[in-house]
Design a binder for this molecule. Sequence first.
Ligand SMILES: [Zn+2]
Length: 281
Amino acid sequence: MFIVFDIGGTNTRVAGSVDGKTLGEVVIYPTPQDYSDGIQALAETAKRLAANTPITAIAGGVPGPMDLSHTQILKAPNMKDWNNKPLQQDLQQLLNTTVRLENDTAMWALAEAHTGAGKGKNIVVYITVSTGVGGTRIVNGQIDKSAFGFEIGHHTINPSGPICGCGGVGHLEAYIGGNAMEKRYNKKPKDITDEAVWEDATAFLAIGLLNTCVFWSPHIIILGGSMMKSFSMERVLASTKSLNYIVDTLPEIQRSILGESGGLIGALHFLSQTPEQAVKK
Ligand SMILES: [Zn+2]
């Protein structure tokens, strides 16, 4: 039995897989803010799903940047008690098996590249627009190599723009991240009906997309995350196209088709690759 999980700022998802390819029942519960409660809940759920069969290996996605050896979360903005705790070591002790951790967006990107909208494409970029903004580049089915992970939500769009949740100025996330928009407009983004607000946000998303195209040169960009429900793809595409003066043909840009368990599907793909294969050398 394999166990995969996806720890989000709001909910945690856990599932078992007998063959390492298909997901069994997906258990969803609110992510405990307290770290000890969180790892206990995860371990108990994993044990229940395994139902007395041995657990071969576990992999899961975590929000926020990790340390270089991928053993702990360093800076999850919405789960402060989880930061700098020995997550991998604690889970391995509680469950007595190997646990591999990766950034949640990278897990999702793997799923997109193998079974989602990026299937068959060599260079796949997945961008999530949610409470924050993240993105990962997949090359030939593997997470692209990086020195400190990918943080495209924190590239500067406007040097005199608003302060970002990370403390920087005028970052993409400060314009289109859910938390940033809620602060700016004083209501949940899903309740914002003013078209002008979304036109404005679309213009900034388009800048982020064009920058991603010229920096990462992907064959396809796939957009996911709860905030994307509020954007018109037609407008996003037109706006991105209007900014392009350099690339002959922009890559395909489309919505994620994976549904809510993309992170778990990605974790299964991650487990099917050895640690050496999982990240491109
Ligand atoms: Zn930032």
